[in-house]
Write a protein of this length. Structure first.
Length: 163
């Protein structure tokens, strides 16, 4: 009976131990990351600001946030040390891609159209393309009806003959 009453407390103490252990591990990883900072590294602060490290001291970091803007931060406020590629992609919009240039999408549509070689290989058809329009035999009758309606303006209920 006493073992059953102590079991929940044992489980609770074990869970607390595991939680503090994982929190300590995360703190150690963050401290290692901050210690690896060196001048020229791109960083992100915990507030979300991106900058380049200029100088690393014992408890502070001097960063370059833009032309003529130097800021002093506590080391603990650095959220992440970024790789050069990641920093350039986020801050400058530069995407460093390891793919060949042939896989890139062109700036214009000229390369997406048929080339002269493909056009020469295709059979030349002088037939008109059917776009779902009316037959040519029906068109003259329709043209005469359209000409008649264009000559006489239609009257609406709001129109009156007297002005």
């Amino acid at each position: 009976m006493s073992l059953l009453t102590l079991l929940p407390f044992i489980v609770l103490i074990g869970a607390m131990f595991l939680m503090t252990r994982s929190a300590k591990k995360k703190q150690q990883q963050a401290a290692e990351m901050r210690n690896q900072m060196q001048p020229g590294s791109g960083i992100r602060t915990i507030g979300g600001m991106y900058a380049t490290v200029k100088e690393v001291n014992e408890d502070t970091v001097l960063v370059d946030a833009g032309p003529g803007v130097d800021l002093l931060f506590a080391k603990n406020s650095i959220g992440a040390v970024l790789t050069d590629d990641e920093y350039n992609r986020i801050v400058h919009g530069v995407e460093h891609d390891l793919k060949s240039d042939a896989d890139l999408v062109p700036d214009d549509a000229s390369s997406l159209t048929e080339t002269d070689d493909l056009a020469a290989e295709a059979p030349a058809d002088d037939k008109a393309v059917d776009l779902g329009k009316k037959d040519a035999a029906v068109e003259p009758a329709d043209d005469a009806a359209e000409a008649k309606t264009d000559a006489e303006p239609k009257k609406t209920d709001g129109d009156s003959d007297a002005k």
